[in-house]
Design a protein around this ligand. Structure first.
Ligand SMILES: Nc1ncnc2c1ncn2[C@@H]1O[C@H](COP(=O)(O)OP(=O)(O)O)[C@@H](O)[C@H]1O
Ligand SMILES: [Mg+2]
Length: 204
């Protein structure tokens, strides 16, 4: 029997069709960018889904079962945080560029390791701490934001990032910059920058 399940996706249509993930792109350039980077990362040994087929308007990807990091952000273990930290460090060393889109739905916990998905954006360059700060900003602002559980997970993430060489003041700067960027992107109630800074200070 054919079964189709749709994943939450803002820009594209991403479905699970008979055990294969189908990502239908809105933009041909983004489709090719994602296909090329996926092949490159896979060959370099980074945990990403295998590209099974490149079609005119879609990618067919190996399905990696498991929650996204957005789903487990309130219960993150040190092992899950470390795995994300190591994944990110390897990504930086392979590409020499930033991950960029650091929302936690782009990281899956599958078969006991972190796997990255979603590589359609153009390359962005900068300090590795920019990605680390962004990941932290996403992690602590998922609803309910700035909770005790978020602090626990953020502490594990921060420790993981520092273990791979992340420098604290740069991570903090990037975290606060991302909070500001979120406020510019989102309508509705702004996230208090003082609250965000205080929350970060308490992670140490
Ligand atoms: N290979 C995969 N295995 C399992 N789930 C996936 C896979 N690729 C994508 N997903 C799921 O689909 C969602 C959307 O895919 P993504 O590539 O991030 O698209 P978008 O560019 O629209 O954000 C992801 O957050 C994840 O939950
Ligand atoms: Mg995504």
């Amino acid at each position: 029997m054919n079964s189709i399940l749709r994943f939450p996706s803002k820009k594209n249509k991403v479905t699970l069709e008979d055990g294969v993930v189908v990502k239908r792109h809105h933009d041909g350039d983004a489709l090719l960018r994602e296909a090329n980077l996926l092949r490159r990362l896979h060959q370099a040994g980074l945990a990403v889904p295998a590209l099974l087929a490149l079609e005119e308007d879609a990618l067919r990807l190996e399905y990696l079962e498991g929650p996204t990091y957005a789903d487990l952000v309130d219960t993150m273990t040190p092992q899950q945080a470390d795995s994300l930290g190591s994944w990110l460090a390897l990504y930086h060393s392979i590409t020499g560029s930033l991950r960029g889109d650091c929302n936690l739905r782009n990281f899956l916990w599958s078969e006991g390791r972190c796997v990255g998905v979603d590589f359609e954006d153009r390359e962005v360059f900068g300090e590795p701490e920019v990605d680390m700060g962004k990941i932290l900003a996403f992690a602590v602002t998922y609803h309910p934001s700035f909770s005790t559980k978020k602090a626990k997970s953020a502490r594990f993430l921060l420790q993981a990032f520092r273990r791979t060489g992340g420098e604290l003041s740069r991570i903090r700067q990037a975290y606060l910059a991302e909070i500001t960027a979120m406020n510019q992107r989102r309508k509705g109630d702004p996230i208090g920058s003082q609250l965000a800074a205080l929350f970060f200070a308490k992670l140490m």
